[in-house]
Design a protein around this ligand. Structure first.
Ligand SMILES: *Cc1c(COP(=O)(O)O)cnc(C)c1O
Length: 373
């Protein structure tokens, strides 16, 4: 297949796949979906991922930080937005004005949220409780103090506590159940001081699928939106999900070379016989992990090849043997493996990482092109 003329490299994002993945996960979990579009929608584009997820029935959008939330608000997302990782000491005034719900991990953040409320407008918060991950979240020793203060601020109209939440470690089912039990203790304690928020949420994609008792009627779905499985032993297709991103480039040059030809920096690869080399215009600046040099898979004209030698900043080479490959042919690094191309997981394995990182790291230089199924 040939790439469209003039296109060097692109990440095609199938927004209908995102919509369908949300529909599928809603039906599977029977829960409200908070669609997590942090980090530029895991590389897919935050705004388009949010729009596609809302179309599929997500009711709330989750991001890591307030700047991500504000950008979505300014781009026209009117759905509830929720952000949970904050700059030390930053004012929450703009976030509250833009009706961004704040994840709150300590008393200082709680008081700053209340301060940001003005007039009729209270600050909407989700209290994050630490249940074992050792990241942020209110420490168990502080639960009573923070919950009581939140209840007081709610009574005087400064705050609305929309949710209680936490995050799981995915260490084992037993560890996740233990964290869930701690979470339930927090929920009971909160109720005892008068806090009974409408939402409780602890499951991300992994537990939303694998641990039904963690669903609690509301789940935060990140990687599943994009059609990628969070499980090492189950593929996207096993879960009924469709990968949304296809990373591809146009073969930029081909070259016939004799046996013994060195390829790319350091000549780590040498041709065994006379062969054809094809140049693929994606490199580590585009997020292609240099770690996968000599290993990463590429599909050209329905056939699978491997990177020959080192991945450079802008490009890498594949040895295509005697297979017909011409300038302009489409080289697919990863996409939906049910269509015969490599998966993000294949690249993750080649680079000793996880597929979350493979899609999220696709560089800003790669144009995203929206496609519909
Ligand atoms: C990133 C993140 C998620 C989404 O996790 P996935 O495994 O991608 O579904 C959910 N909750 C929090 C707090 C996160 O940071």
């Amino acid at each position: 297949m040939t790439m469209a003329p003039g296109v060097l490299r692109e990440a095609a994002v199938d927004v209908d796949a995102i919509t369908e993945n949300v529909r599928h996960l809603r039906a599977l979990t029977g829960s409200e979906i908070i669609a997590v579009v942090k980090a530029a929608g895991y590389g897919h584009g935050a705004h388009r991922a949010a729009v596609a997820a809302l179309r599929g029935g997500a009711t709330r959008i989750g991001v890591s930080d307030i700047d991500e939330a504000l950008a979505l608000r300014r781009a026209g997302i009117t759905a509830p937005l929720f952000a949970w990782l904050h700059a030390p000491g930053a004012s929450f005034a703009e976030a509250v004005r833009e009706e961004i719900e704040l994840g709150i991990s300590d008393i200082d953040q709680l008081l700053r949220a209340a301060e940001a409320a003005h007039g009729e407008q209270s600050a909407a918060v989700h209290l994050k409780i630490e249940t074992g991950l050792s990241r942020n979240g209110i420490a168990p020793a502080d639960w009573r103090t923070v919950f009581s203060e939140a209840a007081r601020l709610e009574r005087i109209g400064r705050l609305r506590v929309v949710g209680l939440f936490s995050h799981l470690s995915n260490t084992s089912e037993a560890d996740d159940r233990a964290a869930l039990a701690r979470f339930e203790e927090g929920v009971v304690l909160a109720a005892s001081v008068g806090l009974t928020p409408p939402l409780r949420h602890i499951a991300a994609t992994n537990a939303a699928i694998a641990l039904p008792e963690a669903r609690l009627g509301c789940v935060r779905i990140g990687i599943g939106l994009y059609g990628i499985s969070p499980f090492g032993d189950r593929s996207s297709a096993d879960l009924g999900l469709r990968p949304a991103m296809t990373l591809r480039g146009a073969v930029a040059a081909v070259r016939r070379v004799p046996a013994g030809t060195g390829v790319s920096y350091g000549y780590d690869y040498r041709t065994e016989r006379e062969t054809m080399l094809a140049l693929i215009p994606l490199g580590y600046a585009d997020g292609v992990p240099r770690q996968a040099s000599g290993r990463g898979p590429v599909s050209i004209n329905g056939r699978r090849f491997r990177v020959a030698g080192r991945i450079a900043m802008d490009q890498f080479v594949v040895d295509v043997g005697d297979h017909p490959v011409a300038v302009g042919d489409e080289a697919v690094l990863f996409g939906d493996p049910t269509l015969g191309v490599p998966s993000a997981r294949d690249w993750a394995d080649a680079a000793d990482t996880i597929d979350y990182e493979i899609v999220t790291r696709v560089g800003a230089r790669v144009p995203r092109r929206e496609v519909r199924a």
